[in-house]
Ligand binder design. Structure first.
Ligand SMILES: Nc1ncnc2c1ncn2[C@@H]1O[C@H](COP(=O)(O)OP(=O)(O)OP(=O)(O)O)[C@@H](O)[C@H]1O
Length: 443
């Protein structure tokens, strides 16, 4: 088992560290006497757990607050004088930053139990983060469900060739991220990735934006300007919401795809441009073709390699991992006290249909992180209270919590072997997978 390490910040005149060394011989304890010294130690060595023995004379609450905020990735336990805890600033430190506290003089045996729990908790958190990081170390797309595994395989395949790609997916599902991943894995990775939202540029400007213009092409064109297609030379042009491209420009784009040359507005000079085109749409373009809104020949030119990004509701087993990822990404915006999602929040996340897909998830998680005033995000913070029956919530919470603990323990014991964990729990492999999916966990 890994050696447990403790960083102990204790005023020089106290013998807390000596007491702990006697009670916790299996721990490696580094004792420092000031926050500055602790900061230096943390720059050079990694600790999961810290003990702060509070000293009113030497540690200003604002300095302690800033220090703990900087090191909020560790689990901190405090020892405070009873009297100090009457001050609001000390109480705030406890509530905001510490996973537990004792009053001085601390009983070394009880304190060693608290530190042991803090270490166990930190190890669980680290292990989960390692699993998340490992799962997407080569891909910006987070997730392990079959649909995402298939999407990554498609990205790998289409990245190797130069033909146009047409990505379909609901709004906010990750079409642009998919296009970026294709670009990043392609031979053009060192060239530019130029995204354009065809629906967001006014029809009067889109022609000159895409193809550029020459001096004097229209009133106000005092000098020539390269268009977005030219600026993507050597790289990838991402045409989002291609279905919104006006009909006349569809003809120009088709010509560019066929001839690999463009003509700036106000010029007849053909400019050669080496660009790979990836287009995306949230509407089925084939239907737009049937209705006569989109040119059929352009559709077939673009849809050489079709890729579909599945909506978030079809990736249920990844939703919780995604929510936790965004919790991590926006950690700087939250109060240090906030530690994660409550079981009821996880249930609400799994229960919601996510019509706005990953973008909606990001927005809800960010909002919850700012609005929450507890230690755990609630369904209310996420704006997901509808559909959660309150009276049975406590019972459901308890059941869900025990299920998650049992699953986690069994997987841990079996070395993440699902068959063995299922046997230990006395359930079939199918039930095991269903339970893992229900709790957004993966072995
Ligand atoms: N699998 C994923 N892993 C991590 N982040 C994701 C994933 N899918 C989407 N995102 C994030 O969700 C947000 C929305 O994704 P993106 O902009 O790619 O969606 P889109 O389908 O192009 O949306 P729109 O149709 O509205 O243009 C982005 O911040 C993106 O980074």
């Amino acid at each position: 088992m890994a050696h447990k390490r403790l960083l102990c910040i204790t005023p020089g005149h106290m013998d807390t560290d000596a007491l702990l060394r006697d009670t916790m011989p299996e721990w490696e304890i580094c004792s420092v006497t000031s926050l500055a010294e602790a900061g230096r130690e943390l720059r050079n060595n990694q600790y999961l757990v810290g003990l702060l023995v509070h000293d009113r004379e030497q540690q200003r609450p604002s300095d302690v607050d800033a220090f703990l905020r900087r090191h909020s990735n560790m689990q901190w336990v405090g020892v405070f004088n009873h009297r100090d805890l009457e001050s609001t600033s000390c109480r705030d430190l406890v509530v905001e930053h510490l996973c537990d506290y004792h009053t001085a003089p601390a009983d070394p045996v009880r304190l060693s139990h608290t530190l042991g729990h803090a270490h166990g908790w930190a190890m669980l958190k680290r292990r989960r983060q390692q699993l998340i990081d490992h799962g997407h170390k080569d891909s910006p797309l987070i997730g392990h469900c079959d649909a995402i595994v298939r999407l990554r395989a498609q990205i790998d395949r289409v990245a190797k060739v130069a033909a146009p790609v047409l990505i379909w997916g609901e709004s906010g599902s990750g079409k642009e991220l998919t296009a970026q991943a294709i670009h990043a894995e392609s031979e053009r990775a060192s060239g530019p990735f130029v995204p354009i939202n065809c629906g967001a540029i006014s029809p009067t400007l889109i022609h000159s934006e895409l193809f550029g213009y020459e001096r004097g092409a229209f009133t106000g064109a005092t000098r020539g300007k390269a268009g977005l297609i030219e600026s993507a030379d050597g790289g990838t042009l991402f045409l989002d919401e291609i279905g919104d491209l006006p009909k006349d420009l569809q003809a120009n784009l088709l010509r560019f795809l066929q001839e690999k040359t463009i003509c700036r507005v106000g010029s007849t000079r053909q400019i050669r441009v080496d660009v790979r085109v990836i287009a995306a749409s949230h509407v089925q373009l084939q239907q737009a073709v049937n209705k006569g809104d989109f040119r059929e020949d352009l559709y077939y030119r673009l849809a050489v390699l079709p890729v579909t990004v599945p909506p978030l509701r079809e990736r249920r087993e990844d939703i919780v991992a995604l929510a936790e990822h965004f919790f991590h990404v926006y950690a700087a915006e939250k109060s240090p006290r906030l530690k994660g999602f409550s079981d009821r929040a996880v249930a609400a996340i799994l229960d919601h249909d996510w019509p706005g897909n990953v973008r909606e998830l990001i927005n809800r998680v960010r909002r919850a992180m700012v609005m929450s005033d507890g230690r755990l995000i609630t369904p209310d913070d996420l704006g997901l209270t509808r559909g959660i029956p309150a009276p049975t919530a406590a019972l459901d919470d308890t059941r869900a919590r025990s299920e998650r603990t049992a699953l986690r323990d069994c997987l841990e014991r079996s070395g993440q072997n699902v068959s063995r964990a299922a046997r230990d729990l006395g359930v079939s492999r199918t039930t095991m997978y269903r339970l893992l999916s229900k709790h957004g966990m993966r072995p």
